[in-house]
Design a protein around this ligand. Structure first.
Ligand SMILES: Cc1cc2nc3c(=O)[nH]c(=O)nc-3n(C[C@H](O)[C@H](O)[C@H](O)COP(=O)(O)O)c2cc1C
Length: 167
């Protein structure tokens, strides 16, 4: 499959079977995240790979995972991420989101479903998973074997002329 076909095929899956993500697939997904570029190659991102019932119970105190069997909590150390001198912008969210995106498309290429989750209480996730103060949980990517075939917004995007401006 070409990359653009992979991009077109992906949608946010919100229903999964009980079949676990294999160890090999999980390692491929994590490797795609590990290889992501980060600002100044500072590599401030870490991932908590949740597969246990106990781990999912802790996530469910403040979020939902749609029955996925793997949840990747993507965290960023704000003390290590690059800060732009011009305006003081800390790019930790950008670094974490590139890692998340690379893992999302690796999972898609493996035929797995994913859903990117930002609807969670970061204070609860930090407490439940023992994150230090400087480390922020930025995204959760849930992964599993899809039990649905599409999503409400699959492919629903604004037209190119509204997306791009040539200068
Ligand atoms: C940064 C980000 C945060 C998101 N947070 C959630 C979320 O908390 N819960 C959820 O069900 N979907 C979440 N989504 C999925 C979006 O709703 C979905 O990507 C969008 O509606 C387009 O649909 P599609 O992914 O099926 O193409 C999130 C997506 C992104 C990129």
């Amino acid at each position: 499959m070409t990359y653009i076909d992979l991009v077109r095929s992906r949608y946010s899956s919100r229903s999964y079977t009980d079949e676990p993500v294999s160890e090999g697939d999980m390692q491929s997904i994590l490797e795609a995240g590990r290889l992501a570029p980060t600002g100044k190659n500072s590599q401030p991102v870490t991932v908590i790979a949740v597969t246990s019932e106990d781990g999912f119970e802790r996530i469910h105190k403040c979020s939902r995972t749609f029955g996925a069997t793997l949840a990747l909590i993507v965290c960023c150390d704000r003390d290590r991420s690059w800060v732009r001198g011009f305006d003081g912008k800390n790019i930790s969210d950008i670094d974490a989101s590139i890692v998340t995106t690379q893992m999302m498309y690796q999972a898609t290429e493996l035929g797995l479903g994913t859903c990117w989750i930002c609807w969670f209480d970061p204070a609860v996730i930090s407490e439940e998973f023992g994150l230090p103060e400087n480390v922020e949980p930025v995204n959760i990517l849930v992964v599993g074997h899809k039990a649905d075939e599409t999503s409400p917004n699959h492919g629903v995007r604004k037209p190119m002329e509204e997306f791009v401006r040539y200068a």
